[in-house]
Design a protein around this ligand. Sequence first.
Ligand code: PEP
Length: 262
Amino acid sequence: MTTWIGTSWKMNKTLAEARAFVDGLVAARDALGGVRAFVIPPHTAIAAVRERLPSDVPVLVGAQNAHWEPAGAYTGEVSMGMVADAGATLVEIGHSERREYFGETDDTVARKVAAAAAAGLTPLLCVGEPAEVRAAGGEIDWIAGQVSRGLSRLAAHDLRKVVVAYEPVWAIGDLGREASPHEIAPVMEMLSTRFGPGGDARHKISAVLYGGSVNRFNAAALLDVPGTDGLFVGRAAWDVAGFVELVRIGARAGHGRQPDAG
Ligand code: PEP
């Protein structure tokens, strides 16, 4: 199976910086074919990134959020159709920062997942337990619940469009601590067998990624965790050289995987 390697820039990068990143991707185009790469700029740069990427450089462009309604009086919001029109094919939904700072709930997440799929976009559903849940040993139930609720409004035939990113809240960002492969393995296995490509149920999501303080030193070991189809990276991939290095690590890991189904 092709390994996914992606990054969200969060609230970073001007248009000039976004274009310079794309130029770095183009310079490293030979590396990119070995993985399923994606970049998620802020909304202001989606179109610029899409337009600057030559069509033969295989990098998907995403959006960090979009509203579930197709149009209307929602000042400050953009719709799924609008981010698709700007060039996004993927939408990040339910990142822990949106849940914590912007009132995102399992209900709004579920609406967005369904709206993204209906608009022909890949919903990238982010889930993760806080430190206190992990300390109490409740992570499996927490994550299974977040994923079930996030998928609850989706038509069964749209499940295969979904990618889930497991990102423990305690492992994300400057204050995060790196998770060990051992710590994430039970959750990745549960996600893969219960919801993802590792199980045997009829309707399955397409991939399960891991994210949270991923870097070039821990990436290979995290990709080795069974059930892990790729990595979703923040800080270590904001510099294009860092992103390309992670792509190369992902491509090497992909060589040992099962071929893509279908
Ligand atoms: C994230 O916030 O989704 C993330 C993975 O960030 P970082 O890699 O910087 O911890």
